[in-house]
Design a protein around this ligand. Structure first.
Ligand SMILES: Cc1cc2nc3c(=O)[nH]c(=O)nc-3n(C[C@H](O)[C@H](O)[C@H](O)COP(=O)(O)OP(=O)(O)OC[C@H]3O[C@@H](n4cnc5c(N)ncnc54)[C@H](O)[C@@H]3O)c2cc1C
Length: 379
């Protein structure tokens, strides 16, 4: 049995941030199932790591934190913050550099068991080769279920449930959407084509959300992708008791593929080529013939949703450990004192643009400050 003051389960964004912020006089271990830390972090923001957003309330604290550990940042014209070097690997490196020698990481350690004992917690894996860990405080930072190829297979929910916590319904979000052209046109000729667009989601013929999502849409073999499509996915879900297949039939997406042009401008044209790429314009021409209308149809092109892609292609988990069972200022469990939650395991989810990593940094900082405070007041 090995004894620590704090055991952090999961060495991803939140776990590494907690470790970086814990006081030096605490003996800390990180248990990480991968052989390297922050595997998912490396893939964020297309390898650039969009670490927060101008629109996030806690963004100043996040920027101060990264400045304090030596990482300069910059903001793009859409309010998204990245490391100044534009490399996710440097975000991870800065977090690792900030860890003192009081932090030890055990890699290849998949936590399967969390038990409460009088002096704290016992944590174990399924492997006899791993030591049993005993800790006064435990931080559950195992992430969610999205992108399991990076290690996040939803293990933390079972550990949270073992502690008596409830977990809300989980489904993949920020993922590509499978859909079909409403007139049955074959989309294979436009696979891989990108276009400036604004995308709107409809449910039962009524618009969902306050505004359309602007950005770049990408056509795929079976539907649509791109950040403006990802941001529609939190709303594409079955209601309680509804079969997912039936639920999907109620949703469609309309694309405005000429957001900088008005309908009159388009009516004066013979074709949409020149605004759209040749491949897309050819498809639009087929649609014009079918519908006997002009290129203005590209301002309102309808796709019937058939599915949202699954966990492997999702960037985030909708749902998680219920917040009402956690103290919001300290992230400590109301059920098992000494147990803390940080990151995507919580029932918190935001759109693309740095909001989900902001949640990881923010909840990590609250956790670390609470543990430091407890340590300083009850040494
Ligand atoms: C491709 C991609 C791009 C993204 N880009 C962005 C972006 O640019 N900006 C943004 O805000 N968000 C982005 N996200 C979302 C963001 O990465 C996550 O919300 C964030 O990493 C969550 O942090 P976390 O620490 O909770 O979980 P993670 O970073 O996922 O870390 C959890 C860690 O726990 C480990 N673990 C899990 N179970 C166990 C276990 N049983 N025992 C031991 N260890 C375990 C995992 O191996 C993992 O290392 C992206 C997601 C993906 C998939």
């Amino acid at each position: 049995m090995r004894r620590f003051d704090v055991c952090i389960i999961g060495g991803g964004a939140a776990g590494l941030a907690v470790a970086a912020l814990l006081d030096d006089n605490l003996k800390v271990c990180i248990l990480e199932k991968n052989e390297i830390p922050g595997r998912k972090l490396l893939a964020t923001g297309g390898g650039r790591c969009n670490l927060t957003n101008e629109a996030c309330q806690g963004k100043d604290a996040t920027l101060d934190f990264f400045a304090s550990i030596g990482l300069a940042t910059h903001c793009d014209e859409e309010g998204r913050y990245y490391p100044y070097t534009n490399r996710a690997a440097d975000v991870r490196q800065a977090l690792l550099n900030a860890q003192g020698s009081h932090v030890e990481t055990l890699y290849g350690f998949t936590v399967e068991r969390l038990e409460r004992i009088e002096s704290g917690f016992v944590i174990g894996s399924a492997s006899d080769a791993d030591p049993e860990i005993c800790a006064t405080s435990v931080v559950l930072a195992t992430g969610g279920k999205a992108a399991p190829q990076y290690g996040t297979t939803g293990d933390g929910y079972a550990l949270a449930k073992a502690a008596g916590h409830r977990v809300s319904r989980l489904f993949p979000i920020l993922a590509p959407v499978e859909c079909a052209d409403e007139d049955g046109l074959n989309l294979s000729s436009v696979k891989g084509i990108r276009a400036k667009a604004s995308a709107r989601l409809w449910k039962d013929g009524k618009p969902v959300g306050e505004r359309a999502e602007a950005g770049e849409v990408q056509f795929t073999a079976d539907g649509l992708s791109g950040i403006c499509i990802f941001n529609l996915t939190p709303y594409i879900k079955a209601e309680d008791g509804e079969a997912p297949k039936d639920a999907m039939k109620r949703f469609c997406i309309t694309l405005d593929l000429a957001p900088d042009f008005c309908e009159e401008d388009l009516r004066e044209r013979k074709s949409s080529f020149g605004i759209l790429t040749r491949e897309l314009a050819d498809l639009a021409d087929q649609k014009m013939q079918l519908r006997n209308c002009g290129p203005e149809l590209i301002k309102n092109w309808t796709f019937q949703v058939t599915n949202v892609k699954g966990w492997r292609q999702a960037q985030c988990t909708s749902g998680g450990v219920l917040l009402e069972e956690i103290h919001e200022n300290t992230m400590e469990s109301k059920i098992w004192p000494g147990l803390y939650f940080a990151g995507e395991i919580l029932n918190v989810q935001g759109p693309c643009g740095g909001f989900n990593l902001q949640n990881a940094w923010e909840t990590a900082a609250k956790t670390a400050h609470a543990i430091n405070h407890k340590n300083n007041t009850n040494p």
